[in-house]
Design a protein around this ligand. Structure first.
Ligand SMILES: [Zn+2]
Ligand SMILES: [Zn+2]
Length: 235
């Protein structure tokens, strides 16, 4: 449980007075992401695989996806996991800067406006319950809620669950290890998402193994399509 969630809205305003907003990237005051840093975040430039979003020679399905298609229809990320983007993701995850979720969701929203996907419901990649209790919140849940509000769509943070604790993907070495690490780690405990077109949200994607495992669980529960959207893609 973080300080802000204990204190509520009035308490958060008091915390803002004690700790005024500072840009998560450059440290300048007045905002959590200053206009200059926002304008220089590294974009995920094309050409990229139209399915997994890995950099590619041409804008088509890469050989890896052609061999073994992920369970999601496609993954998109507006930014690459470098520089200021790394600072934002780190801030959202570890420094209790849940306010960053609003700035980041705004950027995701603008990205989707330029590249719309057919969706009915927004679903965050879940944390294992114990990890969420320690951190106080699910950073992907904050992003999903802030984005869904802008899209005027419902968010479902309950149906998809993490069934077992997994090693952090950062601790695993290669693509195959990551795939094994998250295999069967997710499931849906109800049929709320049957017949729905899901937008699956996470902060960072690397190999896409976690999103693939989530998409498999969503499809088993009857979701008709799954588009994945992450703030950052680790190329
Ligand atoms: Zn800045
Ligand atoms: Zn691919």
């Amino acid at each position: 449980m973080n300080l802000a969630s204990i204190l509520g809205k009035a308490g958060r305003q008091a915390v803002d007075l004690l700790f005024p907003p500072r840009c998560a990237v450059c440290g300048s005051s007045d905002s959590f992401l200053c206009p200059r840093c926002q304008g220089s975040l590294p974009a995920a430039e094309p050409p990229r695989c139209s399915v997994c979003w890995q950099p590619a020679d041409r804008e088509e399905v890469c050989s890896k996806c052609a061999r073994s298609r992920p369970a999601f229809d496609g993954l998109r990320s507006p930014f690459v996991f470098q520089g200021g983007v790394r600072e934002l993701v780190h801030g959202l995850k570890y420094q209790h800067q849940s306010v960053l979720a609003e700035s980041m969701a705004e950027l995701l929203f603008h990205f989707l406006e330029g590249s719309p996907r057919p969706v009915d419901v927004v679903v965050p990649v879940p944390l294992f319950p114990r990890r969420q209790r320690v951190r106080g919140y699910n950073q992907s849940g904050l992003l999903a809620a802030a984005l869904a509000r802008r899209m005027e769509l419902p968010v479902d943070g309950r149906s998809l669950v993490r069934l077992r604790s997994t090693a952090s993907q950062a601790e695993t070495q290669n693509v195959e290890e990551r795939r094994v690490n998250v295999r069967d780690a997710f499931g849906c405990h109800d049929r709320q998402l049957a017949g729905r077109r899901v937008l699956l949200i996470d902060d960072v994607s690397t190999t896409g193994a976690t999103l693939d495992a989530c998409a498999q669980a969503l499809r088993r529960a009857g979701a008709t399509s799954v588009w994945a959207l992450t703030f950052a893609h680790e190329d």
